[in-house]
Design a binder for this molecule. Structure first.
Ligand SMILES: C[S@@+](CC[C@H](N)C(=O)[O-])C[C@H]1O[C@@H](n2cnc3c(N)ncnc32)[C@H](O)[C@@H]1O
Length: 263
């Protein structure tokens, strides 16, 4: 774990590094009907995507219906054995802005105790389709009981950031999710205040937030991290995997104070 915190991301000027994608998505890869995720030597998850201009963009379907590079990176992070054990195995997980569902599904396949995929309502079908295909892939492989269990205990709930949690996402009083996944949730600054509000609602004293962050515009994103860093200790983790995406980082957040979060 890197101890310099999130500020080190912004130590070099924007756009000075080269890489395969400046947007956080490669349109050729995103236009394919699936973006398979190789989970293990025996199991590949056929994650379906749908970059179709007829989708209702006001419901973010076009944005969420593809696997973003940040999502792929977070999956690699969660599949790293040490990270899987530390952050995911036997934990309760909520994926905020699940898109295709890929990150939550990979968390579930890493043995999460219970996983919620959450996004706008129009993405429910795609999430459930990908979840069912993942279940079939693991049932067919037959050698990963923890993954089968994790995927059986996974579901989708529609949730719009900044609003009250729907009934199904409620936990017992004073209980919080162990892990919140937030992959490429900072692409639209209109969503920053509601995202922050949701994080305040969801993060408990022992919750870990796994952000996969694609750097796009410092003038918008640094102030977001400034605000976030008043409630979370934020560390950049670079010690996993060998896939590199341009300016894309795993940031691990933990509560700074154990008392209630004030707005
Ligand atoms: C860039 S996509 C990332 C999808 C996925 N996490 C990944 O990394 O592949 C961001 C997701 O956040 C969702 N989203 C954006 N604003 C939202 C809001 N206010 N409430 C709920 N979901 C939102 C979008 O629908 C979309 O699926």
């Amino acid at each position: 774990m890197d101890n310099h915190g999130w500020r080190k991301i912004f130590h070099h000027p924007e756009g000075t590094r080269s890489g395969p994608s400046k947007l956080g998505i490669n349109f050729v890869v995103a236009s394919a009907p699936t973006r398979p995720y190789k989970f293990s030597t025996s199991t590949t998850l056929p994650i379906a995507q749908s970059l179709d201009s007829s989708h209702d963009l006001s419901q973010c379907m076009g944005v969420g219906a593809v696997v973003w590079d940040a999502g792929d990176l977070l999956c690699d992070f969660m599949c790293h054995p040490a990270n899987s054990q530390q952050y995911i195995h036997n934990k309760t997980v909520l994926d905020l802005g699940s898109g295709t569902g890929v990150c939550g599904i990979v968390a579930a396949a890493n043995g999460a105790k219970q996983t919620w995929l959450t996004d706008v309502k129009s993405l429910k079908g795609l999430n459930m389709n990908n979840l069912n295909m993942a279940r079939e892939a693991f049932f067919a492989a037959g050698d990963e009981p923890a993954a089968v269990r994790g995927l059986e205990n996974t579901d989708f709930a529609s949730y719009w950031w900044g609003t009250e949690l729907p009934e199904e996402l409620h936990l017992a009083e004073n209980k919080f999710y162990d892990v919140i996944i937030a992959s490429d949730d900072l692409y639209d600054d209109d969503a920053f205040p509601p995202l922050l509000a949701s994080l305040k609602l969801l993060v408990g004293p022992t919750t870990t937030v796994l952000f996969s962050y694609k750097r796009r515009m410092d003038s918008r994103e640094v102030p977001f991290f400034e605000k976030l860093s008043t409630i979370l200790d934020l560390r950049v983790d670079t010690h996993f995997g060998d896939k590199k995406y341009n300016e894309t980082y795993i940031v691990v957040g933990r509560r700074l104070h154990t008392g209630p979060i004030l707005s």
